[in-house]
Every structure is written in C-alpha cells, then in structure tokens.
Unconditional design. Structure first.
Length: 190
C-alpha cells in the first residue's frame, strides 16, 4: 500500500511517532549528540513538524540515547536538548507532544527500540493512541521493527543507510527526509 495515496484518512485521531537522530536532526554516526551545541536540525525538519502538527493529533519522539548510561553525556544534557527541541519547534509554529528516551545500555531493555516500551509509555500517557492509526518514521531497521511490532505504518528515512529494495517486510514507504515525506503527504503545504 502506498500510504500517501490514502493520506486523506489522516486526521487528528492519528499519532505520528518519530525517531530523533537522522530524522529530526543531523546524526553523528558512530558517536552521540552530547549537548545542545552539537545539535543541528536537518534541513526542512522544523518546517515539516509545523506542517505535520496541523495534520496529526499527537506527535511523539521515541529515541534511543544510550550515551547517558555510557557516561558520554548526562541526563541533564539530554533534558536540555529535549527542552530546546520542544521550544524551537513550538516557536516555529509546530509541536511535539512528548519526547521519550531510552538511556539503557542493554538491547534487552524493554524501552530500547525495537522493543516496544516507549510506545507503551506513550499509550499510558495518551490513552487515545490507536497504533493502527499511527505512523513510525525512522532511519534504522530497529525503528521499522518497533513500528511493525505495534501495528504501525512505517516510513524509512535514508539519511543513514542507502535505500532498501521494496517491498520490504518492515518498510511501507521510504524517503530521503522527513520533509520529503511531508510534502508527499501534504502537497498543498508547499
């Protein structure tokens, strides 16, 4: 299914789940964004969030951030990054309702994607979330698996890896950026 063809189905009852690094901001491949000074929004990401805020009822970020438990950054550093993301997006007319972080080292932690703990946290905080009416956008297969485990539509962003051959069991759509997907979803936003 090419979901863009059915984009009129999306209304305020839908939830958008987003990975952070490589979707909203430039990813530091092989390392971590450890403070706000290292954080750079990807081109078009803030504009995309503004457009998507008018389409989706909820927008949440689900991000693995094990740099905290590795001692590369502090929890306060991560909180400052989150606060500044929320403020910047809001000042530009967009919104992110909540940012969920998994700082655990072990892949077996229930909250570390592709495990579904952060989705379940979001559902506990926002009981109206319907995973069948949700979209997961990320730039790794663990993001895609996270989405599929919860029954979401998945969108793969190719900022970290080359485009994958479709059809793919974990990927419903793929684009070069969040902004490109947004323009396909809401072409009148240009």
């Amino acid at each position: 299914m090419n979901f863009v063809d059915n984009s009129n189905e999306i209304d305020k009852t839908w939830t958008l789940f987003l990975d952070r690094d490589g979707v909203i901001n430039e990813e530091c491949v092989g390392s971590y964004i450890t403070n706000w000074n290292e954080f750079n929004f990807l081109e078009g990401a803030v504009d995309a969030l503004k457009i998507l805020s008018s389409k989706f009822g909820l927008i949440v970020v689900v991000t693995n951030q094990r740099g905290v438990e590795k001692g590369i950054m502090t929890l306060n550093d991560l909180r400052e990054i989150n606060s500044n993301i929320l403020q910047t997006v809001s000042l530009q007319g967009g919104k992110i309702d909540r940012i969920y972080n998994c700082t655990a080292l072990l892949d077996t932690d229930q909250n570390r994607k592709p495990n579904t703990g952060m989705a379940l946290q979001a559902k506990a905080d926002f009981p109206n979330i319907d995973f069948k009416r949700s979209i997961m956008i990320g730039n790794s297969l663990s993001d895609m698996e996270f989405g599929k485990r919860m029954g979401m539509h998945t969108v793969f962003i190719t900022t970290k890896y080359e485009p994958l051959a479709l059809p793919h069991d974990l990927i419903d759509e793929q684009y070069d950026s969040l902004y490109d997907w947004t323009l396909k979803l809401v072409p009148t936003a240009v």
